[in-house]
Design a protein around this ligand. Structure first.
Ligand code: ATP
Length: 241
């Protein structure tokens, strides 16, 4: 495999209730190093299921998932973080009654090397000074966009090589949405991570993505650059419902 490829999903079939009711019907997706790849498509297309299959929240019955050429298809979710895969779930799933700093610490709790953890936290605080300035605030006191910043920071505590993001702009005001997309670009620029991004906000996703996959009915309906997708002229009609 091309060593520039960090994640390679091949012919993935996944389900929730039973294998006769697949949510993904054979999906192949790859992400290169330092690349932002967006997964877009109508509701129910299977976008989140791709991420959930990697993190074992959906069951895989066929196909394989390779991370840095190693087969992780059957690895438990807990081992993925140690390999360098971070997952930022939809709705952020922060601990509202804990402080910003405590939420960051939760992101690094599996790390045994406390010195490394401290230096990672410093890097997160350098990247997002807001988090440092508000480290003693409770997460629930923050706005949606600020909470998303905490969720990014928490995922960065383990210094991931690949970040999976499920609808980071969901429920945010337009101005906050812009900030969240700027944060994603900053994270990629500073930490050199790769990003696989599921996003309903197609316009914003296309602005930052290097490549786009359109999913429809559990299958890949288009794969290419945002520019190529726009040139099909069929973004709304065929691909996005
Ligand atoms: P959305 O933006 O609406 O979340 P999506 O493209 O992310 O769309 P998925 O959430 O991946 O779509 O859903 C794909 C299919 O799997 C849908 O038919 C959905 O109803 C089903 N599904 C998703 N989550 C579950 C679940 N926890 N249990 C059972 N079926 C599910």
């Amino acid at each position: 495999m091309d060593s520039n490829v960090i994640l390679s999903i091949r012919n993935l079939q996944a389900f929730y209730t039973g294998p006769d009711n697949p949510a993904l019907g054979g999906v192949s997706i790859s992400v290169n190093r330092k690349e932002i790849v967006a997964l877009i498509g109508p509701n129910g297309a299977g976008k989140s299921t791709v991420l959930k299959a990697i993190f074992k929240e959906a069951k895989v019955n066929k196909g394989e998932i390779l991370f840095e050429e190693a087969d992780i298809t059957r690895l438990p979710a807990g081992s993925l973080a140690e390999l360098g895969i971070g997952f930022i779930p939809e709705g952020r799933r922060l601990f509202g009654s804990l402080t910003v700093e405590e939420n960051l610490d939760m992101g690094g709790f599996i790390f045994k090397d406390k010195e490394k953890l401290r230096s990672n936290k410093e890097r997160v605080f350098e990247l997002f000074p807001f988090l440092f300035e508000n480290r003693h605030k409770l997460a629930k006191e923050l706005s949606g966009g600020e909470q998303q910043m905490v969720a990014f920071g928490r995922a960065l505590m383990l210094k991931p090589k690949l970040l999976l993001m499920d609808e980071p702009s969901l429920g945010l005001a337009p101005q906050m949405t812009d900030r969240v997309f700027d944060m994603i670009k900053t994270i990629v620029g500073t930490f050199g991570v790769s990003v696989l991004l599921v996003e309903q906000n197609v316009k914003k996703a296309m602005e930052i993505a290097h490549r786009v996959y359109v999913l429809n009915l559990g299958r890949v309906a288009f794969e290419g650059t945002p520019k190529a997708l726009l040139e099909t002229g069929d973004l709304r009609g065929t691909y996005l419902g």
